[in-house]
Design a binder for this molecule. Structure first.
Ligand SMILES: Nc1ncnc2c1ncn2[C@@H]1O[C@H](COP(=O)(O)OP(=O)(O)OP(=O)(O)O)[C@@H](O)[C@H]1O
Ligand SMILES: [Mg+2]
Length: 433
């Protein structure tokens, strides 16, 4: 609701202001002073006759009130703006311009109000260890983590790329009684096969060419803390039995050693592929899968928790504003609508990237639709054909983004919110040009 006080004799077509969405117009009566009204009642905007003294009085009564001055010829425009007038108009037939101006202020006030409300929400129960979420599934995940954190030995996190698996892994560690111990991460897909075993379990001097001295592995480095095994689905088959053994009886051996050691750390594994599919395809051992599966946290894709989007936007704006040194107050409604409608194949990471880019692009302190990349177009490709399977839609989307980026893989990867390496893997998988 937008409360407008009409304190001007000018030829303004009141009925047009009255029909503004969410506006409630009060007309000042002859014997009243605008200042008395704003002190007494909730007023958001005052349309004021050219009177700098009155402008000053209204602003000092409540600086949040926006004042539109009518009578540019009778008033020192520069002085009026300096005193905080939102706009100054000629006293002729100005209804259209005033209505436009009111719409603008109304929009900004609504965004500001929503922002204030969201900020309150963010500082409360909807952030958990730096993870934002109000969607019931996310709240359930937060609860689940609180419940298991004191006791778990191993947990598996699944979810599409960019859904926040690493964040959740850190939360599991932070909530656990071993939060003061190391959190050690290994991306199983980011390391050459030959080195993984030695990376995980360590090796003895001379165990293989290049093993010039004894080396401790990550299981030892993690101590009693948490070892995070990212992209567990890419763990080479040859190494999988060793991991299974640690999970079963806590023992492992450095490469080239016969001396068994005991692993004390907790294990959090993450996968952005369907491990069951990997088992079927013969790339993942079934026994290891069954050992990892019982405690699984599945992070839903962002398109299935759109109620989190406004909150996430708010959260990212805050952080990005600080990072780039530009205060962005909010997102215009049409832009927010577009952001909510989009299907986010790169999930939260893609949203973060889009908000960062838009914050840099934004001319004023609000993100407008034109500051966003063409989200609707990408959305249309995938939803144009609802019969498409998810795989086919993903393929079509990647293809569309690649062509939008003129085949520039780094740029396309950024747009999609995935790493360049994982884009290349998908290009191979879908045999894209
Ligand atoms: N719920 C959330 N609240 C705040 N930030 C989030 C949330 N989810 C994800 N992020 C942020 O989004 C980005 C991607 O998250 P993260 O790296 O945890 O995803 P991931 O599931 O591990 O992705 P990938 O499978 O591609 O490795 C990070 O910058 C992370 O901080
Ligand atoms: Mg990750």
């Amino acid at each position: 609701m937008l409360n407008i006080l009409l304190a001007t004799q000018s030829t303004i077509n009141e009925s047009r202001i009255n029909t503004l969405e969410g506006a409630r117009v009060t007309v000042l009566r002859a014997f009243e002073s605008p200042v008395d009204i704003v002190k007494r009642a909730a007023v958001d905007i005052v349309l004021l006759e050219a009177d700098i003294e009155m402008l000053r009085a209204v602003k000092s009564a409540d600086p949040r009130i926006e004042v539109i001055m009518i009578g540019a010829t009778a008033v020192d425009v520069v002085a009026a703006v300096r005193e905080g007038a939102y706009a100054v108009f000629e006293p002729l037939d100005i209804t259209t311009e005033v209505v436009h101006c009111l719409e603008q202020i109304g929009e900004q006030m609504l965004v500001r109000r929503e922002t204030a409300a969201l900020e309150q929400v963010l500082s409360s129960k909807y952030t958990f260890q730096g993870i934002v979420g109000r969607n019931p599934n996310m709240l359930e995940i937060f609860n689940f983590i609180r419940r298991i954190a004191p006791y778990f030995r191993s947990v598996t996190i699944t979810g599409e790329t960019g859904t926040g698996k690493e964040r959740i892994a850190r939360a599991l560690h932070e909530e656990s009684p071993v939060a003061d111990q190391p959190f050690v991460a290994l991306n199983c897909g980011g390391i050459v096969r030959e080195l993984i075993e030695s990376e995980l379990f360590g090796h003895m001097k001379g165990a293989f060419t290049g093993a010039l001295q004894d080396k401790m592995g990550l299981f030892e480095a993690a101590g009693q803390g948490t070892l995070f095994l990212d992209e567990i689905g890419t763990l080479p088959l040859a190494v999988q039995p060793h991991l299974l053994r640690v999970l079963q009886d806590g023992s492992f051996r450095r490469v080239g050693s016969t001396q068994p050691q005991t692993a004390r750390c907790r294990i959090v594994a993450a996968a952005n592929v369907d491990l069951q599919e990997e088992v079927k395809a013969g790339r993942f051992r079934e026994d290891l899968y069954f050992r990892l599966a019982p405690l699984t946290i599945h992070l839903p894709p962002l398109r299935e928790r759109k109620d989190d989007i406004p909150l996430l936007i708010r959260y990212f704006l805050e952080r990005i504003s600080a990072k780039i040194g530009k205060r962005i107050a909010g997102v215009s409604r049409p832009a927010q609508k577009a952001l909510i409608a989009y299907h986010w194949p790169g999930n939260v990471r893609e949203l973060e990237n889009v908000i960062e880019r838009a914050s840099i692009m934004a001319g004023e302190s609000f993100i407008q639709s034109q500051d966003l990349p063409p989200l609707a177009a990408a959305n249309a490709t995938a939803s144009a054909n609802p019969a498409l399977s998810l795989e086919a839609a993903v393929k079509a989307h990647i293809e569309a983004v690649l062509s939008q980026c003129q085949g520039n893989r780094s740029r396309a990867a950024k747009r999609l919110g995935i790493s360049r390496r994982s884009l290349i893997r998908k290009i191979d998988k879908y045999q894209l040009p």
